[in-house]
Ligand binder design. Structure first.
Ligand code: TRP
Length: 342
């Protein structure tokens, strides 16, 4: 029997997204693409992390609720197959909340404050000293997500690496306390080409920065976003030599153009001078239009039948509830917590 016909023996993967807005090309490059591939060889779970989204959106639960469906549509539209991948909703997995509470006893406040991802996000959100406790502690919740499914592989963008590291610290502490390996450690799977910049050239593509191309973008939205793309500010005349490094148009061609040899030739021409930005932008636009059209069409089609999508989530969540409850029972038992005599 091969691994594929014996799903339970396959290595377990868990990833998740905060449903705070529709997903974009950054997510596509950063993790959606690898999920579509990995579902063929691994037991894959994907989590709609709405509880985690609440840690910095408690003032807007409406947004979080609405985006559970939006993100689920993105998943299905890019080819995450519910027959191969289990998609579940975090807020309906109570065992994860209980594991979180337990793990909070295996991590210190100062360690949470030193987490580079958390530090960066606190800055970005301008919390100052008014950091919601739930936000500071969400690494323990993410550790619960990962270990609740006993995942050994977590495909994420590089900004998430410190969260996997912190998860493994918690895992080691729990295992150490118990005296055996009750929880597996997990490895982050980070894409080689790094993170996709926003169309404005800023390091991170993000909806809140207004520099993102959503997966469901209309042809006009795509055209507009490409038009705004950051190129070489010193490349004023077509005949001027241009710079390729840091030029978003080339970053996108490298990421998406199906013909890398032609892209290399264009880079050379651009460096030499005589190649205009408009020619390049037209090419990027063509590549993106072609790549996103089937995703958009599938998304629109699915959006007309939300009942179908909710059924997928319901089924996935029921399966995930059992698995995470089992892990919680094991951890409680291993720690030797109280249980009623049978
Ligand atoms: N923190 C992740 C993000 O902001 C979302 C997430 C929640 C996640 N739980 C997870 C990612 C578990 C990987 C594994 O995108």
């Amino acid at each position: 029997m091969t691994d594929q016909t014996n799903p339970d023996k396959r290595p377990v993967i868990l990833t998740g997204d905060r449903p705070t807005g529709p997903l974009h090309l950054g997510h596509f490059v950063g993790s959606l693409k690898s999920r579509v591939t990995l579902q063929e060889t691994h037991k894959q779970y994907v989590l709609l992390a709405d509880t985690q989204a609440m840690t910095d959106n408690a003032h807007d639960p409406d947004k979080v609720r609405r985006n559970v469906l939006e993100v689920a549509l993105d998943y299905l539209a890019v080819g995450i197959d519910p027959a191969k991948t289990t998609i579940s909703v975090q807020s309906h997995l109570p065992a994860l909340a209980e594991l979180t509470l337990m793990y909070l006893n295996f991590v210190t406040v100062s360690r949470l404050e030193r987490n580079p991802t958390i530090k960066e996000e606190i800055q970005a959100r301008g919390f100052g000293r008014d950091i919601p406790a739930g936000f500071l502690c969400y690494p323990a919740s993410q550790a619960a997500d990962i270990t609740g499914f006993k995942a050994v592989l977590v495909p994420v963008g590089e900004d998430q690496a410190p969260l996997i590291e912190q998860t493994n610290e918690i895992v080691r502490r729990v295992n150490n306390q118990v005296g055996r390996e009750v929880l597996p450690e997990a490895a982050a799977l980070i894409p080689k080409h790094g993170r996709l910049p926003g169309v404005d050239g800023k390091a991170k593509m993000s909806k809140s920065q207004g520099n993102a191309i959503p997966l469901g973008a209309s042809p006009d939205q795509i055209r507009e976003a490409v038009h705004k793309m950051y190129t070489d500010p010193n490349h004023l005349k077509v005949s001027d030599p241009g710079q390729v490094e840091g030029n978003v148009v080339f970053t996108y061609l490298d990421a998406f153009d199906p013909n890398p040899a032609e892209v290399e030739a264009l880079k050379e021409h651009y460096r030499r001078g005589g190649l205009g930005d408009m020619v390049l932008k037209r090419r990027v636009e063509g590549v993106l239009q072609e790549m996103l059209r089937p995703i958009r069409e599938r998304r629109e089609q699915l959006a007309q039948d939300p009942g179908y999508v909710f059924d997928i989530l319901k089924k996935g969540t029921a399966e995930a509830r059992e698995i995470t409850q089992q892990t919680l029972d094991e951890v409680r038992g291993a720690l030797g917590m109280f249980s009623f005599p049978q």
